[in-house]
Design a protein around this ligand. Structure first.
Ligand SMILES: O=C(O)CCC(=O)C(=O)O
Length: 258
């Protein structure tokens, strides 16, 4: 699968526009990062994983195994993660990957997160002229997302909210029609990247043309983990070493020197 012309080995960070928008809103939309052929190949593969896993070798039966694996360190993802999690790729882990498949009428309105927190997993800090974030979601949308028809919804800026809307939510804020929620539209192959600290929710999928086929990834800082590890060892074992590296244990890489 061809990746963009950003060079993953040059440790690029993202551009100024994306960096400022991510900080301002807590999420970012990067349209059509994958081309049509790449989307079709990946979509076909993840639907086979979903519908007929036994037709695949064991290490490809679930994500991140198989065709998805090469997107783990896609330059468009890494350039943002280096800006928001850590400049050093060695300190970025991938802790969870799943397929979000929704037919029309599926999806539950469930606002969560938002506001300042002392929990390092969902931290969002801005210090010394840069972002220090914990868990960061990277979503590959493999089908078209229409405006307000089921894409993930956000309260922009809520990752910095001073009032505790996380543990003291208000119905007048959380209602889908409160006027505070924002969503996006995008073509297949787009990337959505958001801080787990921003208040967000799934929404009812209402696109009459296609189901939602989206791959949700949770990246985090090497020092913390939110998810209970559930990627089967046989999947991790068969990844290329540079991708397997994202699933190493939670500890500071300085200990690898001893
Ligand atoms: O399904 C969605 O659109 C949102 C999923 C979600 O709430 C999350 O990633 O925490």
């Amino acid at each position: 699968m061809k990746v963009s012309n950003l060079n993953p080995f040059k440790k690029e960070t993202t551009n100024e526009h994306d960096r400022i928008v991510f900080d301002l809103k807590g999420y970012l939309v990067k349209p059509a990062v994958l081309n049509k052929a790449e989307v079709e190949k990946l979509k076909k593969f993840v639907l086979r994983q979903r519908n007929d896993p036994d037709s695949l070798p064991p290490h490809q039966r679930c994500l991140p195994g198989g065709a998805f694996a090469e997107l783990i360190d896609h330059p468009a993802v890494m350039s943002v993660l280096r800006d928001v999690i850590d400049r050093d790729t060695e300190k970025i882990r991938l802790e969870n990957v799943f397929l979000n498949y929704r037919e029309r009428g599926e999806g539950e309105w469930k606002p969560h997160a938002g506001g300042l927190t002392t929990n390092p997993n969902y931290a969002y800090n801005f210090q010394h002229g840069r972002i220090y974030a914990g868990m960061t979601r990277v979503v590959w949308e493999l089908t078209e997302v229409l405006p307000d028809k089921g894409g993930t919804c956000f309260i922009p800026g809520s990752h910095k909210s001073n009032y505790n809307i996380r543990s003291s939510p208000l119905a007048s804020i959380d209602a889908r029609d409160s006027g505070l929620w924002e969503s996006y539209s995008c073509p297949p192959g787009s990337l959505i990247i958001f801080s787990e600290a921003v208040r967000h929710s799934a929404d009812l999928w209402q696109n009459p043309h296609n189901p939602r086929v989206a791959i949700f990834c949770a990246y985090n800082h090497i020092n913390v983990r939110h998810h209970k590890p559930d990627v089967p060892p046989e999947v991790i074992k068969k990844l290329a070493p540079k991708h397997r590296h994202f699933f190493r244990e939670v500890y500071h890489p300085q200990f690898d020197r001893f």
